[in-house]
Design a protein around this ligand. Structure first.
Ligand code: CAP
Ligand code: MG
Length: 428
């Protein structure tokens, strides 16, 4: 017989790490039995009773399944903070999202949320710039930021890439970023692209009088290549680097966070590949957990979805992610599988809405997200019939209209770029 970790009514201590799981026992397995095995496997136990741990230590370190609702297929487990290594995301995940996802006694298991105790929060730095630091960098306080992704994703040479970036800046983009799969290809090498694009960002800054940020993708094996690329950016005078957080992994992100601080670079987090484990609502790890880990480790801005664009993500899920990015105290919401989290003053991250967006969607985006969002348009800028610069201008015009509460149709009467964008993208 394994130890029994069901402890309904246990009141979690402020020092406990709390997890909520969706759990579906396999055929013939009792709900509480599955919950006990899952709690044990993620902490101090094995598949059979083990004799090496003293009863005193077992009592001290045992997990507590303090909430179990079979009908809702939900359990909450409180783990002692002593079970975890401070300052290590991989170790936390190896425990609460490790072996347990592979156990035969469950058909499905999903880590829905984690509440981090103070000890763990203070063992991470959180964002270095965060939302306020980015606003300071861009010198824009009172509106959403407009960004673009140079398109096509890959295929342009470095000169053409820099030219497309320049046109985007000149037309009104605050930020221009690389696409997730552009790193250091034969036709568009990292150094050359970074140098040419940053030079043209500077030119656009002096011509427009606005700050222009280029987010170059440093994704690569961590030591020494990714760090080397980050230092290249620093030497070129960049303010930002971007990374593909899921492909590079948590240790790389943690290392990069340290290096970015030394290099004075803000970090843009692209979440491509997250759906490999976040999309199935019954198994894996939620995007909510990914977002919380990003804030803990200290990324400055993160893709969270759009509601209205091409990527999956229901409105309530996207807004939950937004809340984890920007609030200091996130209240619990049982119906949404959101646990309470006090971020203890860790800086907020800037949420990024991206994926299948067109200028015509800006009024909706503004009403969903408000001012604290970076709106990113790839195809929605570069496919503008009058070209990239006009696409960026159309976005700025649509944003002006939204901020002033004017309909796009009215604003388009004396804003040509917007008029053309409406002709192309407004659903009839
Ligand atoms: C958007 C994008 C981004 C997605 C990522 C793309 O381009 O560059 O990578 O936004 O998705 O490659 O699809 P478009 P998410 O504007 O042309 O769609 O933000 O959901 O992580
Ligand atoms: Mg992309």
């Amino acid at each position: 017989m394994l130890r029994d970790y069901i402890d309904i009514g246990y009141s979690p201590k402020g020092t406990d790490l709390i997890c909520e799981f969706h759990i579906e026992p396999s055929a013939g397995v009792n709900f509480e039995e599955a919950a006990t095995h899952m709690a044990g496997e993620s902490s101090i136990d094995s598949w059979t009773e083990i004799a090496t741990l003293s009863p005193e230590l077992a009592e001290k370190l045992k997990p507590h399944v303090f909430f179990a609702d079979e009908k809702a297929q939900t359990v909450r487990v409180a783990y002692s903070e002593d079970l975890f290594e401070l300052g290590s995301v991989p170790q936390v995940l190896s425990a609460v999202a490790g072996n347990i996802l592979s156990m035969k006694i469950v058909d499905n298991l999903r880590l829905q949320d984690i509440t981090f105790p103070k000890s763990m929060l203070s063992s991470f730095k959180g964002p270095n710039f965060g939302l306020p630091g980015i606003r300071k960098l861009v010198e824009v306080q009172d509106r959403p930021l407009i960004g673009t992704i140079v398109k096509p994703k890959v295929g342009l040479n470095s000169e053409k890439h820099a030219e497309v970036a320049y046109n985007s800046f000149a037309g009104g983009c605050d930020l221009v970023k690389d696409d997730e799969n552009l790193t250091d290809q034969k036709f568009n090498g990292f150094e050359k692209r970074a140098e040419l694009t940053l030079k043209l960002a500077e030119k656009a800054e002096s011509e427009t009088g606005e700050k222009k940020m280029y987010l170059c993708n440093v994704t690569a094996p961590t030591c020494k290549e990714m760090i080397r690329r980050m230092n290249v950016l620093k030497d070129l005078g960049a303010s930002y680097a971007m990374i593909d957080i899921v492909p590079v992994g948590w240790t790389a992100i943690q290392t990069l966070r340290e290096e970015a601080e030394d290099a004075g670079l803000a970090l843009h987090a692209h979440r491509c590949m997250h759906s490999a484990y976040t999309r199935n609502p019954r198994h894996g790890i939620s995007m909510l957990v990914v977002a919380k880990l990003c804030r803990l480790v200290g990324l400055d801005q993160l893709h969270i979805g759009t509601v209205v664009g091409k990527m999956h993500g229901e409105k309530h899920e996207v807004l939950n992610l937004r809340d984890q990015c920007v609030l200091n105290k996130v209240p619990a919401d049982e119906s949404q599988h959101v646990l309470a989290q006090d971020w203890g003053g860790l800086k907020p991250m800037f949420p990024v809405a991206s994926g299948g967006l067109a200028p015509t969607m800006i009024p909706d985006l503004y009403s969903i997200f408000g001012k604290d969002v970076i709106m990113q348009f790839g195809g929605g800028i570069h496919a503008h019939p009058m070209g990239t610069a006009a696409g960026a201008t159309a976005c700025r015009q649509a944003l002006e209209a939204s901020l002033e509460g004017i309909s796009l149709q009215n604003y388009a009467k004396d804003h040509k770029e917007l008029e053309v964008a409406l002709g192309k993208w407004l659903k009839k």
